[in-house]
Design a protein around this ligand. Sequence first.
Ligand SMILES: *Cc1c(COP(=O)(O)O)cnc(C)c1O
Length: 358
Amino acid sequence: MSRVYNFSAGPSMLPEAVLRKASEQMLNYAGTGMSVMEMSHRSADYEAIIQGAEALLRKLMNIPDNYKVLFLQGGASSQFAMIPLNLMKTGKADYVITGQWSKKAAQEAEKYGTVNRVASSADKTFSYIPALDPATFDPEADYFHITYNNTIYGTRYTELPDTGNVPLVADISSNILSEPIDVSKFGMLYAGAQKNMGPAGVTVVIIREDLIGNAKEGTPTMFNYQIHADNGSMYNTPPTYGIYVCKLVLEWLEELGGIDAMHEINIKKAKILYDYLDESAMFRGTVEAKDRSLMNVPFVTDSDELNAKFIKEAKAAGFVNLKGHRSVGGMRASIYNAMPTEGVEKLVAFMKEFEKNN
Ligand SMILES: *Cc1c(COP(=O)(O)O)cnc(C)c1O
């Protein structure tokens, strides 16, 4: 069976070259006579893998020396609790509500302190990024949280809020490695790997050192950034194989020219789909043009039956996982780094044909 174009929002496509390399090394990694899956995380071979992954991530994202990089488990969703547990020193934080993930992050934080929802785009099904008025920010908040790219609704920030001395914290699960991010503007960044970086099971946290070491009393050991930072993400067994695949993805990205080169490809790739959505009489994008994500592209027709027909026929033609999130309906094409431009070109050709025939 040949491979399909997989538009899943996550877990999502991985570069074919990465899967091939992993498969070549599956039974015998670099002459060790074993799979990376079977390796002690304390072995020299594995240490080279996790340290290599961190070094490459630091290089590609230009991460300053005063930031720690942690490879954790529990998904981005565990960070929704870890952030307030570790960062809410005085017990207050600002959250911008731009979709399900930021809503969940804010709800979780509320268990530990006071959450100030500075703005929300719930009034229009999160189809835009709300304008932010610094007068509504709490200058004494412990941190200010945003979801940089909204995986479900297909929006993204094009301009970051100026939070002054309040550390900016961003969920970058669905746009990590897709565009340059100036890490020094943030107190903390975090991402589940399964969208744009590797397999599910790895969560990357990039955190400024001065924000570590203030965990609330009673914080579980495994939820304390200090513990993980002091132990080089090896306090307990890290997700060893997932980190190894992340390293292969980072090597693939470096070979391709790094994040700037990837960003250019992503801009062109997304434009192919958005241009067609703008000219089509049948399909249209659901997001305000200025806030469109490069990674997740929701679109609809005017009829539920037509949407269902399209999804079914697309699947039969090898374009899979195009069904939109249940809260938006219609379709969503997630076009992460690993989706080749050709996949989007072929999808658009298929959509044009579908429009003509229907
Ligand atoms: C997928 C996703 C999450 C949830 O990630 P888990 O790893 O499943 O916990 C959180 N935030 C964003 C932006 C996501 O895309």
